[in-house]
Design a protein around this ligand. Structure first.
Ligand SMILES: [Zn+2]
Ligand SMILES: [Zn+2]
Length: 570
């Protein structure tokens, strides 16, 4: 049994996760369930990223404590994740005391090992708001294309990466006044010193996806520069370095350490130790993130881990997906393009439909479009017809012709052996792809098992067999019910609710998660077992779903909006 830490990027708490963000949390949940079915020792963590300027600015505007905003938002998100059946072991937050303490100690360790230095720099400062303005809080005319509303980090119009000092007639994004330039001291992480070990690790790690490896190696080739790890924000974790001026730790650096601090929280709660997982190089750590976060997870995090202590496991897999688009467009809160995780459940309450559809649309190789047409196809044709109908067909046949009892098998013939081999191959393909965190590719094998099962039934025609040879029909149904069971086991990480229901219909009293995957054996249902009460495992979306979709979405938006704490409404 191996040890695993499964994580997902910590969503910034100024918004409800949309479908593209929930993908990462969902990926971590699916992976955790999957690894447990293999009998592995797993902890899974993520949490709310609470600090930083956007929340500080919002709280100032409302004249309240930022913590009040994030308390409400965090508890809303925690409840929402439960409704999605995303049950990570610890969904923590960066305001957790364990986290704050962990970050401070970690930073001091980096300092004591000689990876931290200070430097004076000049930054835009708003005298009216009395705040140093982070890059994207300075706006002005783009020096390249003349676009009037370019942000200090990037021009939205021409795409140029900018420095706030480049902007022509810069303005404070909060109050509109002209910022001054002010000198301030910051603490820097000496990333440059870690180029070599990070590059060597990237080159040697065979588990890394190509997009991760290529991007990171390119970045290192251009040369890594020291990164400032402090900010002048009020709202954040106070930097522990010896100095009279108050500084906070830059949110990116502390949020990355959340993977470790949240592990510590959950392990200690369970009477285990942090060191057992995070000071063991054999522990495998998996990160579910979007491609825009590759630099932080494939370069900065490994660099921090190497710098702090040589005993930490470096990322085993960084499951960095491409972008999910919504009807061909980028998700955008300001333009209201997209669908948010709470809205989705007002459209279809059972999260398994969303979980399965998102697994099927997971952008593992290229940007992938979420469209309602594709969603309907996946639900109706794949989940309902291919998977659901096969399961129901087998179970109801046994109910009808075998008095609900799983029949005894007779001798297997070539057709039987062929289908057994084929299902075994798909089952193994599924396990292999899941181990690579290629969830979409693994889901192809789930469908393959269902289709193989359907073809087998059609070929054997047990409705004819039963008239000629009762025992032969029994053999067919014994094999078929075992295909149903394997199908259900492979569905479980993705659609845990439906899988448990089907498991009970097959007649198992123990919860499905007590079973373990066994690559060599597809026979998990014994004859003699009684089938439980039948019910169609999945339902179809109505024919007029697509025609009515804009009304349906609008209605879901209204309802979700009412549920949200005021800060999360938009
Ligand atoms: Zn421009
Ligand atoms: Zn201002």
């Amino acid at each position: 049994m191996g040890k695993w830490v499964v994580t997902a990027a910590w969503p910034y708490i100024n918004s409800v996760p949309h479908l593209g963000t929930i993908l990462h949390l969902l990926g971590a949940d699916i992976m955790t369930r999957f690894l447990r079915m293999l009998g592995e020792d797993v902890i899974s963590v993520s949490g709310s990223d609470e600090h930083g300027t956007p929340i500080e600015v919002e709280a100032r505007k409302k004249n309240i404590d930022p913590r009040k905003l994030t308390d409400e938002a965090h508890s809303y998100i925690v409840k929402l994740l439960k409704r999605w059946r995303i049950e990570l072991d610890n969904y923590s937050r960066t305001e957790s005391e364990v986290h704050k303490q962990f970050v401070r100690e970690f930073m001091l360790r980096l300092e004591s090992k000689g990876y931290i230095f200070t430097q004076k720099i000049v930054l835009p400062y708003c005298e009216r708001d009395r705040i140093f303005l982070p890059d994207r809080f300075v706006e002005g005319r783009c020096p390249r294309c003349g676009y009037p509303n370019a942000r200090g980090d990037q021009c939205e119009n021409c795409g140029s990466l900018l420095d706030p000092l480049d902007l022509i007639s810069p303005k404070c994004a909060i109050c509109g006044s002209k910022p001054i330039l002010k000198e301030t001291v910051h603490w820097f992480f000496d990333l440059k010193k870690l180029e070599d070990p990070v590059r060597k690790w990237l080159e040697a790690n065979k588990g890394l996806w190509d997009n991760v490896k290529n991007y990171s190696l390119n970045w290192i080739r251009e040369g890594l520069k020291p990164r400032s790890i402090t900010r002048d924000n009020e709202w954040g974790i106070e930097a522990p370095f010896k100095e009279t001026v108050r500084k906070t730790i830059y949110v990116w650096f502390e949020a990355l350490l959340g993977y470790l601090s949240a592990s510590k929280e959950v392990l200690e709660r369970r009477g285990r130790s942090f060191e057992e997982f995070w000071y063991d190089k054999n522990t495998k750590t998996i990160y579910f993130i979007g491609k825009d976060n590759i630099p932080f997870h494939a370069v900065i995090l490994p660099a921090m881990l190497i710098a702090s202590d040589d005993r930490h496991p470096l990322p085993a897999v960084i499951s960095s997906t491409e972008y999910l688009l919504y009807e061909g467009e980028k998700f955008s809160k300001s333009r209201r393009v997209g669908l948010w995780a709470d809205e989705a459940l007002y459209i279809l309450e059972d999260p398994d439909y969303w979980r399965f559809s998102l697994a099927r649309m997971r952008p593992e190789e290229r940007d992938t479009n979420f469209s309602w047409k594709e969603f309907m196809r996946i639900v109706n044709s794949e989940l309902n017809d291919d998977i659901g109908n096969f399961i129901y067909r087998v179970l109801s046949f046994i109910v009808r012709y075998f008095e609900s009892r799983i029949p005894e098998p007779g001798e297997f013939d070539d057709i039987d052996r062929e289908v057994i081999d084929s299902v075994k191959a798909s089952y193994n393909g599924y396990i292999d792809k899941m181990l690579e965190t290629r969830i979409k590719q693994a889901s192809e094998y789930i469908l393959e098992i269902a289709r193989t099962g359907n073809q087998y039934i059609n070929r054997r025609a047990p409705w004819d067999e039963i008239k000629r040879d009762h025992r032969r029909a029994g053999t067919t149904m014994y094999i078929a019910i075992n295909i149903v069971a394997i199908l259900t086991l492979t569905l479980y990480p993705i659609t845990p609710g439906a899988a448990q229901k089907i498991w009970a219909m097959i007649g198992f009293e123990e919860p499905i998660e007590r079973t373990r995957y066994n690559r060599d054996n597809i026979f998990v249902v014994n004859s003699g077992r009684s089938i439980g009460k039948l019910e169609a495992p999945f339902k179809k979306l109505p024919q007029d779903f697509l025609a009515r979709i804009s009304i349906i979405v609008e209605d879901a938006r209204k309802k979700a909006q009412e549920d949200r704490p005021p800060y999360l409404r938009f």
